[in-house]
Design a protein around this ligand. Structure first.
Ligand SMILES: Nc1nc2c(c(=O)[nH]1)N[C@H]1C(S)=C(S)[C@@H](COP(=O)(O)O)O[C@H]1N2
Ligand SMILES: [Mo]
Length: 166
């Protein structure tokens, strides 16, 4: 086809994706469609404050962050709470905005917070906009990172020598 006719068409929507990477066995790049098809969808109705704009109310749907990250197989012994509690998750948006969670905040044996990777907000699919982090336990909206591009799994490294075993 000619260049002119190609330009006159509406450009196809680009589907956003995020990558789970870092201290994991199986890094994965996932579209919002993958997040919808691959895991049970949970719902959250939330209210959060923004320092600059006042309170916000949103309805979200999406998989639990915990389940998506567990499927990438973080390099911890899944049976050992102390081993899991060394891990952190750094979440970044397409604009470079970043925030951090402790793995223990979302681990069922610790904070058990129902943090979501949203696939839908206020009835609209996020396939083009990208997934948004939903942190219902937060009073402030600053960790609701939108247009997520990366979930980096990190670990506080083993010390050179253990002070005490276990
Ligand atoms: N990618 C990205 N996500 C972000 C931010 C940002 O600057 N970049 N700001 C955060 C802050 S401070 C708030 S309060 C909420 C605002 O969400 P809303 O205005 O869409 O309700 O988005 C959060 N998510
Ligand atoms: Mo904010």
């Amino acid at each position: 086809m000619s260049r002119l006719s190609a330009q006159s068409r509406t450009p196809p929507a680009r589907f956003a994706s995020l990558t789970v990477l870092g201290e994991v066995v199986r890094p994965a790049t996932l579209t919002v469609g993958d997040l919808r098809a691959g895991w049970e969808q949970h719902r959250a109705e939330v209210v959060f404050d923004c320092a600059t704009g006042g309170p916000r109310r949103h309805r979200f749907e999406g998989p639990l962050l915990r389940e998506v990250v567990l499927d990438a197989q973080p390099l911890f012994d899944v049976r050992r709470r102390k081993d899991r509690s060394r891990f952190v998750l750094a979440v970044s948006g397409g604009d470079g905005y970043r925030t951090v969670l402790a793995w223990a905040e979302i681990d069922a044996d610790f904070g058990n917070a129902p943090v979501l990777l949203a696939t839908r907000m206020d009835g609209e699919d996020l396939d083009v906009a990208g997934s948004q982090l939903v942190v219902p336990v937060d009073r402030c909206g600053a960790r609701y990172v939108s247009a997520i591009t990366r979930v980096l799994v990190g670990v506080w490294p083993e010390p050179g020598r253990k002070a005490r075993p276990g």
